[in-house]
Design a protein around this ligand. Structure first.
Ligand code: ZN
Length: 501
């Protein structure tokens, strides 16, 4: 097995470089002063160039071929065979991309991020448009290098969700759209006051929000010995090994949900990363297997757990005593309804569970049109606003609340958005299975017992890291491929109850 060990050592070095770049990116979004941007772009460009060169070098290819031979006789389900299989997938992906293109993307996206942040702050699309132009062009090149059978989207999506195609995304949306649209319509017909969420828009001291949020995530299982939380403009989770997993959050003094559910969401991602088997640390099988599975973990904790009646039966008394002036007169049921209010709205990250996927459909369609040249960057804001009108009956008052709201395009992450909807659907499929296997998860949550659910997720998903794909995990756990039924049942049951439909 010397060949296998040699490959492992080599890819461990590649991982170390990638995680050093990850730390620089984390710092970029949390602590770095704006004046560091230009130099940070250079650092990231150099690192990504070296990382890419190493990962596709003839030496790596030679080691990979030798390792493939050496694991031929092993059980395909063994760690070694899986390691080599995933290493081959990573190698083939990287080898198709010229190093100059990879480093150009790293450089451009670091600078584009800065101008996106400024453009959004000033609500000035023209400041970001030239960068978006460059990014769309670079992403087209990426798709064409990776190869596709007609739809560039397939190649880009595959980077985040191995094996998934644009046609699968369309099928997924076709399956959930009728129920989602009908639910939104029925809820809107109940009138804007059917659920009153004014109680979560009262005054909530920021320091107390932070302390409460940290207490909650500690209780559900976030390990502060192997993680930390900082502030960022756009919340995210980054992981370097299972022993160093960092989340970020942001606060609004007059909107409790922002930090509270944002923190629980990022914790869902972090629990996944902290739960990966330590033997996979710092190498090919470490980290989450796909963005869809990752998002299933954040959504499961944020929504199926965090916005459930059972969760607030347990946590509401301590929340109420943290904010006696703002919540002293609010009964638990009123609070539960408030955090589950459904309302067509402009901003994806603040969207409720029922309207959320409509935001994703809009982005999926726009990205596709941009990549295929059916839509020009200069016309994108108008296209965005037209779709907002069509799906939500709303027109953004400015581009900051429209096309400039998300960070993804500035990071050259086209093809990423559908994994959010995929995560919603997988979260319900997994939760239904956990409920069957554990029996009465809600009753456990009500008693503040989070260990059984976390243990189930650890055993079935987290520990495996990248060993199994999303499809393989779903088959192993539920005996089925992706199934939208549990998700639709969940939405209809929960919101039918809240809105008396
Ligand atoms: Zn997420």
């Amino acid at each position: 097995m010397q060949e296998f060990e040699d490959l492992k050592k080599r890819l461990g070095e590649v991982s170390a470089l990638a995680s050093a770049a990850g730390i620089l990116e984390w710092d970029h979004q949390t602590h770095m002063p704006a004046g560091g941007a230009a130099n940070r772009a250079v650092q990231l460009e150099v690192l990504s160039k070296i990382t890419h060169e190493m990962s596709v070098s003839s030496e790596t290819e030679r080691l990979l071929k030798a390792a493939e031979k050496s694991v031929e006789s092993l059980d395909p389900d063994s760690d070694e065979a899986a390691f080599v299989r995933i290493a081959r997938r990573d190698f083939d992906h990287s080898a198709k991309l010229p190093t100059e293109l990879v480093s150009e993307i790293a450089r451009v996206s670091a600078l584009a991020h800065e101008s996106w942040a400024e453009a959004r702050a000033e609500s000035n699309y023209s400041k970001f448009a030239p960068w978006l132009e460059k990014i769309v062009d670079l992403e087209r090149q990426v798709a064409d290098h990776l190869g596709h059978t007609g739809e560039r989207y397939d190649a880009l999506l595959d980077q985040y969700e191995p094996g998934m195609k644009a046609a699968d995304v369309r099928a997924m949306f076709d399956a959930i759209k009728p129920t989602s649209v009908a639910l939104v319509k029925a809820i809107v017909e109940r009138g804007p006051n059917a659920v009153d969420d004014s109680v979560i828009k009262r005054d909530f001291d920021e320091a107390k929000q932070l302390a409460f949020g940290e207490a909650v995530i500690k209780e559900i299982g976030f390990d502060f010995e192997r993680g930390r939380q900082d502030r960022a403009v756009h919340p995210f989770c980054s992981s370097f090994t299972s022993g160093d997993v960092r989340i970020t959050t942001r606060f609004d003094r007059n909107f409790l949900s922002m930090a509270l559910f944002g923190t629980i969401h990022e914790t869902g991602h972090a629990l996944y990363e902290q739960g990966v088997a330590p033997r996979y640390d710092g190498n090919t099988l470490g980290g989450g297997t796909s963005l869809g599975v990752h998002e299933s973990q954040s959504r499961l904790w944020e929504n199926l757990v965090g916005r459930s009646r059972a969760f607030w039966t347990h946590f509401y008394p301590s929340l109420q005593s943290t904010f006696p002036e703002s919540l002293g007169d609010v009964a638990p049921e009123r609070f539960y309804r408030a955090v589950n209010k459904v309302e067509p709205s402009l901003i994806r990250v603040e969207a409720d569970e029922v309207t959320y996927n409509l935001h994703i459909m809009l982005r999926f369609e726009m990205e596709n049109d941009l990549l295929e040249g059916r839509l020009e960057v200069k016309d994108a804001p108008a296209a965005w606003n037209a779709k907002m009108q069509e799906y939500f009956g709303l027109t953004p008052p400015d581009d900051a609340q429209g096309i400039l709201q998300d960070v993804h395009w500035s990071m050259a992450s086209l093809g990423y958005f559908p994994t959010y909807s995929l995560g919603n659907i997988i979260s319900a499929q997994l939760f239904a299975q956990a409920n069957t296997d554990l029996g009465g998860v809600s009753a456990q949550i009500e008693r503040g017992e989070f260990a059984p659910l976390l243990g189930w997720l650890r055993e079935n998903i987290h520990q495996w890291g990248r060993k199994y794909t999303a499809g393989e995990l779903l088959q192993r756990i539920t005996g089925k491929s992706l199934d939208t039924d549990p998700y639709l049942t969940y939405l209809k049951t929960k919101y039918g109850d809240i809105y008396g439909l």
